[in-house]
Design a protein around this ligand. Structure first.
Ligand SMILES: Nc1ncnc2c1ncn2[C@@H]1O[C@H](C[S@+](CC[C@H]([NH3+])C(=O)[O-])CC(=O)[O-])[C@@H](O)[C@H]1O
Ligand SMILES: O=C(O)C(=O)Cc1ccccc1
Length: 242
């Protein structure tokens, strides 16, 4: 059963850096649903986009898969023959639960769940690559080489779906979207204490870029046809093709 996220509900003398440990993995579906505006819409539409771009005899990657929501959506939607989904996460707790989730449903499309750092994962023969709120946890110095490695491992005509929390370059607009996001969390039952302790926990480990920074990095790598296909407050999902 889905457990309620109460990780930051009690005052902490010291708020440690956020990490994807067993406690987070246990409450993750509730945490992400109540924290990310449009999460379910994004997951459903990752299925729809994958259905359009998947090519027969290729790999579909879900990088930073957590409990495998994007893999499940792709597995439900993709109709092309002989595709394989490769789901990667470096949190042992997430990978174990992801495997259980996937085992609970039947499908013709195999999903290979791997516990690995996506910076070390080989990307090859890919028609669809998903980074659904994962790049924001990758140290900024490694982001360009990760995007290049993905590009090099993709088939022409393939798609990269990149969902990220973003920073607005206009300071007032940035303050507004952060404020609206906090209101969204309050409306979903998080207290002021939970909101502020979580904010402290993520500030050193989740370093976010602006849309312009993402777009420039993707274009420099060679990706084409940048589309921001979803945006709500400071949460967005973009796609590019090779
Ligand atoms: N270097 C890394 N290598 C592998 N995994 C990593 C790395 N860094 C972080 N992760 C993993 O990336 C995931 C980010 S959550 C993704 C949600 C999911 N995509 C979803 O569609 O539900 C987003 C969020 O919680 O905001 C976590 O499971 C980390 O362990
Ligand atoms: O909760 C937040 O404030 C976020 O920015 C989203 C989030 C969701 C799950 C893990 C880390 C951050």
């Amino acid at each position: 059963m889905n457990q309620k996220d109460a990780i930051y509900s009690q005052p902490k003398t010291k708020v440690n850096d956020f990490c994807f440990d067993e406690a987070v993995a246990q409450v993750f579906p509730d945490m992400i649903q109540r924290s990310v505006p449009g999460y379910s819409t994004i997951i459903d539409n990752i299925g729809l986009i994958a259905q359009r771009y998947a090519q027969t005899n290729t790999n579909l990657y879900d990088l930073g898969c957590s409990l495998g929501a994007a893999s499940l959506a792709m597995r439900r939607s993709v109709k092309q023959q002989n595709c394989q989904i490769i789901a990667v996460d470096n949190s042992q707790a997430m990978v174990e639960k992801c495997q259980l989730h996937l085992n609970a449903f039947k499908s013709d499309i195999p999903v290979n769940v791997i516990c690995d750092d996506i910076l070390d994962t080989k990307i090859e023969n890919a028609s669809v690559v998903v980074l659904n709120f994962t790049m924001q946890f990758i140290p900024p110095a490694h982001r360009a080489s990760l995007i290049k490695k993905i590009y090099d491992g993709m088939k022409p005509g393939g798609v990269l779906i990149l969902s990220e929390k973003i920073r607005h370059e206009n300071e007032l607009a940035n303050e507004l979207v952060i404020d609206l996001h906090h209101e969204f969390k309050r409306n979903n039952g998080y207290s002021e204490l939970e909101i502020s302790q979580k904010r402290s926990a993520i500030e050193n480990v989740m370093l976010i870029d602006s849309v312009q920074e993402h777009q420039t990095r993707l274009a420099k790598t060679g990706f084409k046809n940048f589309v921001m296909w979803f945006c709500c407050f400071n949460f967005t999902s973009m796609l590019v093709t090779k």
